[in-house]
Each structure stands twice: as C-alpha cells, then as structure tokens.
Design a protein around this ligand. Structure first.
Ligand SMILES: Cc1cc2nc3c(=O)[nH]c(=O)nc-3n(C[C@H](O)[C@H](O)[C@H](O)COP(=O)(O)OP(=O)(O)OC[C@H]3O[C@@H](n4cnc5c(N)ncnc54)[C@H](O)[C@@H]3O)c2cc1C
Length: 448
C-alpha cells in the first residue's frame, strides 16, 4: 500500500521516521505494508532506551525500569522479549538526606527524619490538609502545589532542594505541574500520618517494575527492530541524521547525501526544538513559539565496580548540596548479570547546570552514601551528556506546543515521542505515541 498523505504527500514516497528510539521503532512496527525509511543519528537503535556494554559491564542511559500498566503494552513487551526473560522487582528506593536513609517516596515515609524535623513536617502537612488545598494540580505552579498539598516542612526538606536546586536548576515558581500526572506518588492523609510513625509505604506508579534479566533495557528496542527488519519496504539508516526540511518543496536532506529527497509523510521523534531548527523557513508565529521551548540537559556516569555494592537499593535520591549527583542507582541490584560475577554496575545522574564534576568527586560521594565500599573498588567511570533530557514545563510551554504541533501536522510532519511532543513520559508512553502517529499516517494513506 502506498502512502498518500491528505496534505500533499506523494504515493510512492516512503514515510520517513526520524529517530530509532522506542517511539520511532513503534511507528515503524505499525507501518507494516508501507515503505518506511528510519533514520537514526546514533550508531545503534534505542535512543534513551539504549544500553551500552564495556568490559562485561552493561549500562543504560540511567536505570530504565519497565512499569507497563496497560495490558496491551505488557503483551507487546512479553511477546517481544519473552515473559520469562524479565525480572519482576519490588522497588527498593530511598532518599539519602544528611546521612539518613529514608524510604522513597519521601512524603509517605518521613519516619526517617530526626524527631524535630518529623514533627514540623507532619504539623505543616496537617495544617495544609486542614486548609483543604485540593486544587487541580494540572492547573498549578509546582511550588504552590507542593506547599498546598504537602506543607512547607516537606517542601523545605525534600521537594525544593531536590527539584529546584538539584534537578531542574530553576526556581519552582516557574515550573508547572502538568508533567506530574501519574508520576508523582500521592499518599492519603492516613498513609502520611502512619508513615511519620514508622510504617513504610511503598506507593506510586513504580512500586513494582520489570527489567530484562540480561542485556539492559536495550534488548527491547533491539527486539522491536527485529520485528521490522527484513520486511519489504523497511529500511534503517544508522549514523544518518535529518539535517534540513524544505516545506515548500516538500523535500528533506539527510546527512548521508547532499541531495534533497522527497517524502510521503514524516514521523519525527527527534526533539521538537531541533526539528523546528531544521526547517528552512518558519512562519513568524512558529518561530516565536519555538523560542518558548525550554529544556534542561543532564549528565550521567556509568560506574563499574570490581566488588559488589554494599547497598540493596535499586535507586537513591540525593537532594543535599554535598552530593554532586541528584540520583544514583545500582543496575546489578535489579539484574545481577549486568556485571561480571562479583562486580556491580551503577549509574549517577548529574543536573546539566551543576557544571563539570570530576570522576574523583563522584567516587567520593558514592563512598559517602555507602554505595561503594572503597574508591579502589571502582574499575572505571564513564561520563556522558544528554541534551534536552528534561523539558521545562513553564507557563509558555503549553501554548507553544498547542501552536506548533497542529501546524506541523498540517505540513505532514507528525512530531511524537517524549521529545517530539516536548513532554514527559515513560517508555510505554513513547511506544503508544509511535503507534498513534503511525495510525494517523496510515489512516491518511488509506483515506480514513
Ligand atoms: C534519565 C532518564 C531516565 C528515564 N528512566 C525511565 C524509566 O525508568 N522508565 C521509563 O519507562 N522511562 C524512563 N525514561 C523515559 C524514556 O527514556 C523515554 O520516554 C523514551 O525512551 C523516549 O523514547 P523516544 O523514542 O520518544 O525518544 P528518544 O529515545 O530520545 O529517541 C529519539 C531518537 O531520535 C534520534 N535523533 C535525534 N535527532 C536526530 C536527527 N536529527 N536525525 C536522526 N535521528 C535523530 C536520537 O538519537 C534518538 O535515538 C527516562 C528518561 C530519562 C531521560
């Protein structure tokens, strides 16, 4: 079946899918029967869900846990990977605060705080609940939401240091809350009170998760590629990036050739800001909207240990200024085969604004929080940078994407995936996004 976009695409031109992360691969899987060209800048598929191996140690782009709430997604992943190849895990996550270890989520487990801080947190929480702040979080600024919902004590001890100072590096009154959706654990008042007196609550979307027994999360995109490869009309070009789009001529240029080529439709999963920067001429309204798109970068480090990590956690939040990273985790606590026998593989996440952090500072901090027994246990540290790791949900974002995305769709460009729609979301969300974009394009082709 040829692709004929209602907005002027040509029947014999392929759908160009930009990016072979989970959204791009999901779109390609669903475009069976259509000619599809997938272009990927990187030298392998997977995007943020790629894994890398060095000296027998496997690392993701920081721990990528599967929490597949929708039965369709579970079936898809089980079908691709085999259910038996996934470890089923009950979350072990904590917050390391001034040498104390508090069960995550913080708001449901303040029993780990010193007595005075615990009383202040609980007091201000109860006062906030009595004031009854039950505003729709989707309409609020993050700081107002936190203070209204959890009180000033918890805001001061955890949320402000973690989200504003460490994670985003922007004032919380600039941040909105649309991204919280299903991702922010919301304990009941009874759970917060019980959590203040010693009963741990393991609530939240990620209290249980799945993770491949071996190979890291990268086995998922690889299996998705396998499902497409060999199919008539499917082509993948690695180390090939989209460079330029000429809308008027309905043609694009890839990095592997100076020649322009025509397209039937584009499904783009590259970051929306970069996609717009590749369009030769943008209308003024879209140029203005583009300027409003903000994101923050992050750095992360793969850390290989010759010895086991002394901690049992899958991941740990570190909101304090004395630790250079805001979160770390231990892959081998979820899948021992991520390291050679007797070793461990870890990651740390460092906010983009933190500036360069020396490997020695990372190692020192890992020893300080107890995740590494001694500096000599560290075999290597590899640091990486991720641009646009987190989209900033400020006041301007919603209006900007409300202007940009429909305009792009009108041009036959469907921008989807976590960064294509300039949002926040899980791997499952990215897969669903890719499926939806493919359905739109196939629907247009079939004249639906
Ligand atoms: C630090 C971190 C931790 C996370 N942890 C989890 C987790 O535990 N569980 C979970 O479910 N989700 C997690 N996520 C979210 C998850 O990684 C994403 O939702 C998902 O991988 C996004 O897939 P995508 O295909 O939309 O985007 P991407 O994976 O970013 O794919 C886009 C692709 O486009 C390519 N590209 C970019 N520009 C070009 C160009 N010009 N030409 C060609 N190709 C280009 C990129 O190389 C990339 O491969 C995490 C995300 C981050 C950042």
């Amino acid at each position: 079946m040829a692709v004929q976009s209602r907005n002027g695409g040509r029947p014999d031109e392929p759908v160009v899918v930009v990016g072979a992360g989970l959204a791009g691969l999901a779109a390609a899987m669903r475009l069976q029967g259509h000619p599809v060209l997938v272009v990927e800048r990187d030298d392998a598929v997977g995007g943020k869900a790629r894994s890398r191996e060095r000296d027998g140690y496997t690392f993701d782009l920081t721990g990528h846990w599967l929490h597949l709430r929708e039965p369709d997604l579970r079936d898809l992943v089980f079908g691709l990977l085999g259910e038996e190849s996934l470890n089923r895990l009950a979350r072990r996550a904590t917050v390391w605060l001034d040498g104390r270890v508090i069960t995550y989520p913080f708001q449901a487990n303040i029993n780990g705080l010193p007595l005075g801080a615990r009383v202040r947190c609980l007091g201000s929480y109860l006062a906030a609940r009595l004031r009854g702040g039950n505003g729709d979080p989707a309409q609020m600024r993050f700081e107002d939401f936190i203070v209204e919902r959890f009180g000033r004590g918890m805001a001061r001890h955890f949320f402000i240091p973690y989200y504003s100072k460490k994670f985003h590096g922007i004032a919380l009154d600039e941040l909105r809350t649309e991204w919280l959706k299903d991702y922010f654990p919301m304990p009941t008042t009874a759970q917060v009170i019980r959590g203040a007196f010693g009963r741990d609550h393991r609530i939240g979307y990620n209290s249980r998760f799945l993770y491949p027994e071996r190979g890291g999360i990268g086995v998922l995109p690889e299996a998705m590629l396998k499902a497409c490869a060999g199919r008539a009309g499917f082509e993948l070009r690695l180390e090939t990036s989209l460079e330029e789009i000429d809308l008027a001529g309905r043609r694009l240029r890839l990095s592997d050739s100076p020649r322009w080529r025509r397209w039937g439709a584009i499904i783009s999963t590259m970051p929306l800001a970069d996609l717009l920067d590749s369009v030769t001429v943008l209308p003024e309204e879209i140029r203005d909207a583009r300027r409003a798109l903000r994101s923050s970068a992050m750095r992360y480090a793969d850390v290989a240990l010759r010895a086991p990590s002394p901690i049992r956690e899958h991941w740990v939040y570190t909101p304090g200024p004395e630790i250079p990273f805001y979160r770390m985790g231990v892959y081998t606590n979820a899948a021992p085969l991520m390291a050679p026998p007797g070793g461990a593989s870890l990651w740390v996440e460092i906010a983009g604004q933190a500036g360069p952090v020396a490997d020695s500072e990372i190692i020192e901090a890992l020893v300080r929080i107890g995740a590494v027994a001694a500096p000599e246990d560290v075999l290597f540290v590899d640091q990486h940078k991720v641009e646009h790791a987190y989209v900033v949900f400020d006041d301007a974002r919603e209006k900007a994407i409300g202007t940009i995305l429909p305009w792009l769709a009108g041009q036959g460009i469907h921008s989807c995936g976590r960064y294509g729609r300039w949002g926040y979301g899980s791997m499952g969300d990215a897969i669903n996004d890719g499926f939806s974009a493919a359905a739109l394009v196939a629907g247009a082709a079939d004249g639906v």
